[in-house]
Write a protein that binds this ligand. Structure first.
Ligand code: ZN
Length: 256
């Protein structure tokens, strides 16, 4: 049953305008194929159909902030092809990405651990559809849905490992390697070699000055691994970019 759901996960869902999203929140319009999220795919088809009554498809927009540090988690989000960055804020104005949440995970994970407040900024980095659930519904569901519980525990471990590895990566690896890793991680989650991105945004994600990003991107471009135009990046040589990335790309991938 899980396998059949996974099979359907490869079909990207259509982007729903807000009006449709609202209607879908009743469960009438949504169907099992409308998610590409691995955690939701961990439950049986029958269970998933029941969960649909509590899930609302929403379209996430590039640059949207779902949570700031200290915000009460009112909903949890299960991304499809969309992508959310988790950033730690330092001294109220410096922000650094410490984690990426895509179709393999959930935004609002502290709730699963009994904490109702976000410690990070959750910033939409890849536009697209996600399914969201009210926190009260999620907590009730988590109490008795063992397959979902197990999938969330495994994911919690994977995200903790990703955050730990990212901390070490930021300290030990050079910007060019980190940029290659980051582009590949983004590519894997949005399932496209082509995605909107600005160098200013990248400098926030990698915690380096814009000139450092420009230099690293220029080197990857010179090696014919990526192309970029205003507001867009395209990976033209996936294998070459994997060679250029630091070992953290494969290490994080193995844990997920
Ligand atoms: Zn690294």
């Amino acid at each position: 049953m899980i396998e059949s759901l996974h099979g359907n996960l490869l079909t990207p869902p259509a982007l729903l305008p807000p009006a449709q999203s609202e209607r879908a929140s009743t469960g009438r319009r949504a169907d099992p194929e409308s998610t590409q999220n691995s955690l939701l795919a961990a439950v049986s088809r029958k269970e998933y159909r029941r969960l649909l009554g509590m899930l609302e498809p929403v379209t996430l927009t590039f640059g949207d902030v779902l949570y700031e540090p200290g915000d009460v988690i009112s909903h949890v989000y299960f991304p499809g092809v969309s992508l959310v960055s988790l950033l730690t804020l330092v001294d109220h104005h410096l922000a650094l990405e410490v984690g990426l949440v895509g179709r393999e995970g959930m935004v609002g994970l502290p709730l699963a651990l009994g904490v109702g407040v976000s410690s990070t900024r959750a910033l939409v980095q890849g536009a697209g559809v996600a399914m969201r659930m009210k926190s009260a519904h999620f907590l009730k569901e988590l109490g008795h849905n063992l397959p979902l519980q197990r999938a969330l525990f495994r994911y919690t471990h994977a995200l903790m490992a990703q955050v730990a590895r990212t901390a070490a990566c930021n300290r030990f690896h050079v910007v060019e390697e980190r940029l290659a890793r980051w582009l590949l991680m983004t590519r894997d989650r949005v399932q496209s070699n082509d995605f909107p991105m600005t160098q200013e945004f990248l400098s926030h994600m990698l915690g380096v000055r814009r000139v450092g990003v420009t230099k690293a991107a220029g080197e990857l471009h010179q090696r014919r691994l990526i192309e970029y135009s205003r507001g867009n990046i395209r990976i033209v040589d996936s294998h070459g970019l994997e060679v250029a990335a630091c070992s953290c790309y494969q290490a994080i991938r193995d844990i997920s």
